[in-house]
Design a protein around this ligand. Sequence first.
Ligand SMILES: [Zn+2]
Length: 343
Amino acid sequence: MRRCNVCVLPETFPGITIDQDGVCSLCRDFSAAEPPGPSARLTEALSNIIADAKRQNHRYDAVVAFSGGKDSSYLLHLLASRFGLRLLAVTFDNGFISAACLTNMRNVVSALAIDHIIVRHRQDHMNALFLESALARVYPDHLTKFGSSVCISCIRVVITTMLRVAIEKNVPLVMLGNTPGQVLASDQELIFKDNVIPHPLRRQLFARLAERTGSWAYDYLMLSADEYKTRPFPTIVSPLPIVGYDEDEIYRVLAELGWSKPTDVDPSSTNCRLNAFGIVRHKNLYQFHPYDYEMSRLVRLGILSREAALNKLNDPSGTVIDLASEIERDLLCRSCDNCRPRA
Ligand SMILES: [Zn+2]
């Protein structure tokens, strides 16, 4: 399979072309269009939002979506140490968190003295949601270009869970550990309100998945019409692309917090075993890797070398396939008639 010489995008990635010099259309457009680094306007917007949250003087300034992976662990440190925010770390346990990650979580919140809540939803519902997300094309193509459908569903459950906790506890901000590679197209994705999309349109996005699982899926993937009417509505912020992202610095800080890299996950994840299953199923359905876009963007931004990106995308020892098969067997078994809990 041919990949762009500059970044790593493969010729199978939707909507791109690779020219006779081996350069993809995104790389050609990039150098002309995008200024390097975060804008002064976003930096100012972030500091205004943080100052405003502190002024409100609630018990917590921000809920942080804490997966226990390297980015959200570093984010907790950044927000507590550099910005002096009062934080509530909230973890959605999807049932596939690596054991080493659970230890990392305990070490990080303990080192930073941060309150921590772990939320677990009905596991039979979660298993059905992840399995059905992987088996068919349940999301529109413009979303699956940037990640696996399993990840899209899981992240939607994360955002819904974080917003519910923030609304319930009167917390003005929800912070996400997105990296510059995970932010798709525009500045609006770095600071936004999740209540601007009309409710019926939002439901439409999850309709194909809910048809396969049951209408209960909506309750996990989105808020209710009434919940979206909450005022003031929490603001969702992804600070890492705004303040700058340096993997070496992140790993240096994490070592001090007692965080170490789990070995029971695939190379693209530092916390979640389900990720491997999402990757393998996505590659089968779409003929490209769900991390192709993110890795290519990190290369284009000069954050990751092309070689390092290829190492994360290739699976020479078959670790990802092995782990994916193990998870798939587990998911299928847990949803069989013998294992499935009675309604
Ligand atoms: Zn390229």
